[in-house]
Design a protein. Sequence first.
Length: 628
Amino acid sequence: MGLEKKLKFLDVYSIASGAMISSGIFILPGLAYGKAGPGMILSYVLSGLIAFIGIMAIVELTTAMPKTGGDYFFVNKTFGPMLGTISGILSWFAISLKASLAIFGISEVLGKIIFGQPTYLQMTGIGIITIIIFGILNIVGVDVASKFEVIIVMLLIFLIIVYVVVGFKTMKMENFIPFVRNFYTKETLTVGEKINSIIGVSAFVFISYGGLLQTATVGEEVINPKKNIPKGIIVSIISIVFLYGLLLLVTVGNTPNDSYLMNSLTPVADIAKIFMGDFGFYIIVIASMLAFISTGNAGIMAASRYPIALSRDGLLPKKIAKVHIKFKTPIYSIVITGIFIGVTQLFPLESLAKVASAVVLLAYVLTNLAVIILRESGVRNYQPTFKAPLYPWIQIGSIIVFTWFIFKLGAFPGIILICFILTGFIIYYKFGKNNKNKEYALLHLMLRITEGIELDHNLEEELRDIIHEREEIELDIFDELVKNAIILDIEEKKSIYDILDENFEIFSKNIGITKNRFIKLFIEREEKSTTIINTFTAIPHIVLNENDNFKLFIIRGKEGIFLKDKDENIHAIFLFIGCPRCSRVHLKSLATIAFLTGEDDFEERWLKAPNENYLRDMILLSKRKRWN
């Protein structure tokens, strides 16, 4: 059972924005200020711009393949199931950990409100209850969870705007001089050191934009994904970078002294108290609480889509992919994700945040590389409705920058990253190593380089079906005829009768009559009136009284086929074999063929199609009105 399409533009925007506005802006600025001073504002903006450039690849891939699993699905179809499994496990860990950090924030805020000074056990209990509530919201339905997300994000943005408007009037410009400083070392920085500091902090705060990755995981549930996904993601990151810049500008401009900000784990709330009093403090506490709630909710929603995608591909037990009959949500995947997030409540926070950043950065590296491989592979049914600009320079630049950022995070995240990769490999070895029939784009790219690889058409067929889902096309009877049709691809010029004679065994399996009768019926039909509709196409039809089925055979003659006159040069023959009661289907099919062959570039595309599989795809992907 498939997931239901219910998400619109505002839902996509809210999921992306809600996943970004969290601890990255309400907790990290204090630590970032200590490393770069007011220059951390530039670090946040730079990090956002780099994320914007990198996300272009994810937007392109999501419009081409709006499927549950997001970056896992893209990596799997590009690099194969082994790397796909590792990528899926890594991304599941990363988004789960990001959600876990948000739930820690909720536990801390609620713990102080309820208990004053909460114990470790009390905070853990609050966290578990929060996870259960979010889990139930996501099980009841993605539309319920997404509507909840929209309300939270809109209120959160409103409160941040109030903070910015009020705080802008009381800013002190001397707080920005010098612009780049390191308060931990207290040393005067050279120009090179200042640049390095800003870049280093950009890597440190990159997790602030990690939520963009989450949006791709719910692509299958988005209405009109070719428009709503690009608009939702692009508008989200532009508005959030702008909002971050203003919020940090006001925060730095109102700090009473350097140590006040750098020693705070709630920097925005503490600064709000200075220029807005207790009222401002509570506004930001509420805003941060809303941010943690939105990130935790969106995190569970997004993270739970990875196990279901892995399960669909046979890389985890099939039961995990089960969708609830009533709510049409992946109940087992949500429960497993909730349990994992609950366990992570026991882990140290700062290290997990760095690991989450490293995994998100690696996902950006793989998705940008995936765009390059898919475009160069020659896979024809890779048809994104949004294409990243300045190809391939943006992709190559993104890969270099994101790899550099991973190294900037230090050794510990790298070690944990390796452990996660090994975990993914073990899962692949357990469940997916015998799954050898999968095709992926890298093989198609290798096929262009070497002649030693033979591929089926599995990847192209899967992408073709995804296009049908994306465009919300309900296949009609003619589509089913084409799907089941036998297609003959004839290289040299021949008579249709020679073709029928030489390939009779293929026809006989479907019609159950002798060769002589078959050819005789064909001749009789042609003598009544020619079935040639133009110089390129013919549509012969044989009626069998004892037959209850309606079959379609498609023949392409690359050099031409003649029915009577050797001067005829027919290249496309649609041969129908039916019964007297099939007249309605026959007439509808003829009307469809007339439409197809009437397209301006039909003849050129027909002759250029590499083989019979691509001929089938060409017909099935035609932009025509279905008549069911």
